[in-house]
Design a protein. Structure first.
Lengths: 314, 348
C-alpha cells in the first residue's frame, strides 16, 4: 500500500516536471502544425477569397441598395419585395419540391442498386460501367434525346398510346417534374451507387461472419450492421446529390429556355432572368435567402454526420 | 479483390452448413441417436440434401431476380448513349424524317412534317458517314471549337487538382474552429447556382482585366472548391499513426504530403479529376457570359445551340464530343472505383 502510494507520488512528481516542459513544447509543435498545414490551404483560400467570397460580400452589399449606380441604402426593402414576388415563390416551391423528391429517391435507388450489384450476379463490372455511362453523355446531347423522348409527339407518348392510354404533354403539364426527376436520377444514380458499393465493401468481413454464425438473416444483417456502417456514406451521398440537384439546372434550362411551364420554373430560372434584366438587387436578395436556407440544411447534415458517423468511420 | 471476398463468403457458407449439422446431431441426444442410429442417419442425410437443394434454388432465384433488375436498369441507362452513337451514322434526311415532328417548329420556322410521330430508331436504314464528313472536313469550325474545349478544360483540371490536394491536406491535417468554418463555407459556395456568383465574378474579372481572355474561365475554375470537398474526405481517412510514423522518421509536412498522402490518395485524385473534367467539359454558362468573342467558345456552348437548327449534325458532333470523356472514363474507371473504395492504411 505504502509502496503504491509512494509510487504514485513519484509518478505525479515526475508528471509535474514533465508538465512544466511539455505544454510549452506541445504548444510550439501545435502552432507549427497549425501554421504549416495552414500554408497548404493558403493558395486555395486566396483563390476562393477573390473569386467566391469577396464576390459574395459584393452580393450582400447589392442586396441592400436600391440599384448599383445610385447606391442608395434601402435596408431590407429588396428582401421584402423579392419574398412577396409571386415568381420567386413559385420558383422556391418548385426547387424545394424537386430537391425533396429527387435527392431521397437518388439515395434510396442507388443504395438498392449497390446492394443488387453486391450480390454475386454475373457481369458485375459490366453493369457497373453501364450505370456510370450517363456521366459521359454531353449535356446538349442529353437535352436532344430528352426532347425526342418526352415531346408531345415523342417516343414515350407513342409507347403509352400503344397501351391505349391518353397521351401526356410531359413538358407542359404538372408531370414535367417527372421528366426532370428522371433526368436527374438517370444522370446521378451511377456515381452514388459506386459510393455505396465502396461503403458496402468496406464493412469489416469478420463482423458479417459473426452475424452469420449467430444465424442472423439477411434483413437483420442489413438493418443492424450494414446501416450502421453506411450512415456516413448516406450523408455524403445526400450532400453530393444535393449539389448535383442544383447543377441539373443546366439541362433543365436548355430543355425549357427562359420561361418554362410554371411547374418547371426553378430558382435558377428566376436568377437567370433577373440577371438578364440587370436587376442585381433582386438577384442578390434572392441569392442570400437561398444561401441561408442552404446553410441551414447543410449545417444540419454536418451535425447529424458528427453524431452518427464518428464511431464507425474508418 | 472483391471476387476473393466472395469466394471466401461461399466457403464460410459451407462451414455453417457443417456446424448446423453438428448442432442438430447434438440436439438429438445420445439415447435417440443410439436407438435409431442407422435409420436417422439415412433420414438426416436425405433431409440435408433436400435442404441444400432448396437453399440452392432460393439462391439462384435471388441472383437471377437481381440480375434482371440490374439488366432492366442498365438498358434504360444505356439507351441514350446507344441512340446518340447509332444516330450519328444516319443521313440528315433520315434524322429529319425520324424526329421531324419534334424539331419541325424549330428548324428555321419552316414546317418539315414528314411523319406524325417520332421514330425512335437504333439501326440506320443506311449506314453513312455523311454527318462525320460534314463535321470533320467541310466545316473546320467544329474542330476549332473542339480545340478550344481542350485548351479551356485541360489547365482547369490540372491546376484545380494541385490546388485542391494541397488545400485538402491542410484541412485533413488539422481541424480547428476557423478551418471548420472555412470548409463549411466551401460547401455552401459549391451549392450556389452559377447565376448568383456571375455578377460579382464578372466584376472581379473586369477588375483583374482578364475579361474576354481564357483566364476569366481558368482562374475561377482552378479555385473551385468542389475538389477540395471531395478530397478532404479521403485525406482524413489516412491513419494518423502513419503520419506520426513518418514524422518520427523526420519527414516534414511537405514530405508527408508528397510521399504519403498523394500516393495513398491516387485513386481519389483520379476520381476527382474525372468528375471535374466532366463538369467543365460540359460548361455552358461561363463562356457565354465571360467570353464575348464567339471564336473562343468551347464546343459545349456550340453544341447546346445546335439543338434547334442542325439536328442532322447534332448526333455526330455529340459523339465526337463524347470521345475524350469516354477515353478518360475507360482509363480512369478502375481508379474511380478504387479511389472511393480505399479505406484506411490497408486496402480492402
Amino acid at each position: 500500500m505504502n509502496k503504491k502510494l509512494s509510487l504514485t507520488k513519484a509518478k505525479s512528481n515526475s508528471e509535474e516536471t514533465v508538465k512544466k516542459v511539455k505544454p510549452k513544447r506541445n504548444a510550439k509543435r501545435f502552432w507549427k502544425l497549425k501554421i504549416s498545414s495552414g500554408l497548404f490551404i493558403a493558395p486555395s483560400f486566396l483563390g476562393v477569397m477573390t473569386f467566391f467570397i469577396v464576390p459574395f460580400g459584393v452580393i450582400i452589399r447589392y442586396s441592400m441598395l436600391d440599384n448599383p449606380i445610385s447606391a442608395k441604402y434601402v435596408g431590407l426593402e429588396n428582401f421584402k419585395s423579392v419574398a412577396s414576388n409571386e415568381a420567386f415563390m413559385t420558383a422556391v416551391k418548385n426547387t424545394a419540391m424537386f430537391s425533396a423528391i429527387a435527392v431521397p429517391l437518388a439515395v434510396v435507388l442507388s443504395l438498392i442498386l449497390a446492394i443488387v450489384l453486391d450480390l454475386k450476379i454475373p457481369f458485375r463490372s459490366q453493369f457497373r460501367t453501364f450505370f456510370l455511362s450517363p456521366m459521359m453523355v454531353p449535356v446538349a446531347s442529353i437535352v436532344l434525346i430528352w426532347q425526342v423522348l418526352f415531346h408531345n409527339n415523342g417516343a414515350v407518348n407513342d409507347f403509352i398510346m400503344k397501351f391505349g392510354l391518353e397521351r401526356i404533354d410531359w413538358m407542359k403539364s404538372k408531370y414535367s417534374i417527372v421528366v426532370i426527376v428522371i433526368l436527374f436520377l438517370w444522370k446521378n444514380l451511377g456515381y452514388n451507387m459506386i459510393l455505396f458499393m465502396a461503403a458496402l465493401a468496406s464493412i469489416p468481413k469478420d463482423i458479417l461472419e459473426v452475424a452469420r454464425l449467430e444465424s442472423a438473416n439477411a434483413f437483420q444483417t442489413f438493418f443492424y450492421i450494414k446501416t450502421r456502417y453506411l450512415s456516413s456514406t448516406v450523408l455524403f451521398v445526400t450532400i453530393m446529390s444535393l449539389i448535383s440537384s442544383f447543377k441539373i439546372f443546366r439541362e433543365i434550362y436548355l430543355l425549357t429556355t427562359d420561361y418554362p411551364y410554371p411547374t418547371m420554373y426553378m430558382l435558377q430560372h428566376y436568377m437567370n432572368n433577373k440577371f438578364k434584366k440587370l436587376d442585381y438587387q433582386a438577384l442578390s436578395a434572392g441569392a442570400i435567402m437561398m444561401s441561408l436556407v442552404m446553410i441551414l440544411i447543410i449545417g444540419l447534415l454536418f451535425i447529424i454526420e458528427e453524431r452518427f458517423g464518428k464511431d464507425v468511420e474508418g | 479483390m472483391i471476387k476473393e471476398d466472395n469466394q471466401y463468403a461461399v466457403r464460410v457458407d459451407d462451414k455453417t452448413g457443417d456446424i448446423d449439422e453438428l448442432v442438430r446431431l447434438h440436439e438429438m441426444g445420445k439415447k435417440q441417436q443410439k436407438a435409431r442410429k442407422n435409420i436417422s442417419m439415412e433420414l438426416l442425410r436425405k433431409m440435408d440434401k433436400r435442404a441444400a437443394k432448396t437453399r440452392r434454388i432460393l439462391y439462384l432465384t435471388k441472383i437471377s431476380i437481381a440480375t434482371i433488375v440490374a439488366a432492366i436498369f442498365a438498358i434504360q441507362f444505356l439507351l441514350p448513349i446507344v441512340l446518340t452513337i447509332s444516330n450519328s451514322f444516319m443521313t440528315s434526311a433520315e434524322i429529319a424524317s425520324n424526329y421531324g415532328t419534334v424539331f419541325a417548329i424549330n428548324s428555321n420556322g419552316g414546317k418539315v412534317y414528314i411523319s406524325e410521330k417520332v421514330n425512335l430508331k437504333f439501326i440506320p436504314d443506311m449506314v453513312s458517314f455523311s454527318q462525320y464528313a460534314t463535321v470533320l472536313f467541310k466545316s473546320p469550325e467544329y474542330l476549332l471549337k473542339f480545340w478550344n474545349s481542350v485548351v479551356l478544360v485541360g489547365p482547369i483540371v490540372l491546376f484545380q487538382l494541385i490546388v485542391a490536394t494541397l488545400a485538402s491536406y491542410g484541412f485533413a491535417r488539422y481541424t480547428g474552429k476557423v478551418r471548420a468554418v472555412i470548409f463549411f463555407s466551401y460547401v455552401i459556395l459549391m451549392l450556389m447556382p452559377y447565376q448568383v456568383t456571375l455578377v460579382p465574378n464578372y466584376l472581379v474579372s473586369d477588375w483583374l482585366k482578364i475579361l474576354d481572355t481564357y483566364w476569366a474561365i481558368w482562374l475561377p475554375g482552378i479555385f473551385s472548391p468542389f475538389a477540395v470537398f471531395l478530397l478532404t474526405k479521403f485525406m482524413k481517412r489516412i491513419p494518423t499513426s502513419m503520419i506520426e510514423a513518418a514524422q518520427i522518421d523526420g519527414a516534414g509536412e511537405w514530405q508527408i504530403y508528397r510521399r504519403i498522402c498523394l500516393p495513398l490518395c491516387k485513386g481519389a485524385i483520379c476520381s476527382a479529376a474525372i468528375l471535374v473534367f466532366i463538369d467543365y467539359w460540359n460548361m455552358v454558362e461561363q463562356p457565354l457570359i465571360l467570353l464575348a468573342d464567339g471564336e473562343k467558345h468551347p464546343l459545349s456552348v456550340f453544341l447546346s445551340k445546335i439543338n434547334s437548327g442542325e439536328v442532322g449534325l447534332a448526333f455526330a458532333v455529340a459523339t465526337i464530343y463524347m470521345v475524350p470523356t469516354l477515353l478518360v472514363f475507360l482509363y480512369g474507371e478502375e481508379y474511380l472505383v478504387d479511389g472511393i473504395t480505399y479505406q484506411g492504411g490497408v486496402k480492402g
